[in-house]
Design a protein around this ligand. Sequence first.
Ligand SMILES: Cc1cc2nc3c(=O)[nH]c(=O)nc-3n(C[C@H](O)[C@H](O)[C@H](O)COP(=O)(O)OP(=O)(O)OC[C@H]3O[C@@H](n4cnc5c(N)ncnc54)[C@H](O)[C@@H]3O)c2cc1C
Length: 309
Amino acid sequence: MKTQTETVHASGSVTRTAGHKPDDIHVSFEFFPPKNARMENQFWASIRRLEPLNPDFFSVTYGAGGATRERTRRTVTRMVSESRVAPAVHLTCVGVDKPGIDDMARDYWNEGVKHIIALRGDPPGGMGEDYTPHPDGYAYGSDLVAGLKSIADFEISVSAYPERHPESADWQVEIDNLKRKVDAGAARAITQFFLTGDTFLKFEDRVRAAGIHIPIVPGLMLQPDYRRLKCMARMCGVHVPEWYADLFDGLDNDEDTRLSLTSSVVSELIAELHDEGVRHFHFYTLNRAELAYAASRVLGLHHCIQDNA
Ligand SMILES: Cc1cc2nc3c(=O)[nH]c(=O)nc-3n(C[C@H](O)[C@H](O)[C@H](O)COP(=O)(O)OP(=O)(O)OC[C@H]3O[C@@H](n4cnc5c(N)ncnc54)[C@H](O)[C@@H]3O)c2cc1C
């Protein structure tokens, strides 16, 4: 059932993939809560386009410092009743004390939101500022996971960083932190975005060597605006390889080519990771379905729609 094609990567390497029977493929899609009516329409249009691919979940982010608290909640609770795909809600420790977070979590559970992506969050001043835990709050991601698990048997996903979290002094600190989150009850880790397959695969090896066995799901960024991508990468400590910069150089006013190149580099990344055994992919959709849908076709998920029809 597997028809192979050969992919020559922009970075020079070659992998063969595509045409899989996608029984063992899992995808999930990340959104941010829409701000206004126009964005709301786009959000729901994207949900409707991606729903038939049977993703494991749609996740909805929680703005830095809890800025989108109400919007996130409204969006996710509407998804429970209006989408057949289970939502996962992002929740951070920032700006709210423990009883406040516990109440939110209980409300989510009672409203049917059973999957939480539990995070520490960035300092209110943004990444790069010193982080000081709320005096009466959960301090770090691992504390939040433990707190949530004591409230209800949530499915919990956490973050992981193939290039280390910028505040982790070394790999030991980074991996110990991930271990604490697993010990506290995390079922999977979703990674920060990265731009080369090698970055993820080396990280996965490191995690496995440390005896961590939960699924590590690569987070793939679908950002066709190279200037924004560069800015995000700088803030998050993500390395942009020279070949990547060269590919997008001079295309600031050429959206069509940027879209096409983004699709192409993401397809190559998927092919490389799939060849190495990765079977769950998480897509940062930026609330647009086009690239996420195309990436899912690379994984063969359109065959599922036909099979189900
Ligand atoms: C998949 C994913 C989704 C995200 N979604 C959101 C979102 O919706 N909203 C949002 O605001 N942000 C989001 N973020 C960003 C995230 O909040 C930031 O990267 C933040 O800086 C760290 O959060 P964390 O949960 O990874 O932190 P943690 O896992 O708690 O770790 C953060 C840092 O603190 C260190 N640390 C951990 N425990 C201790 C301790 N006890 N003492 C000292 N240091 C410690 C760790 O080593 C690490 O360097 C997301 C990130 C990812 C990867």
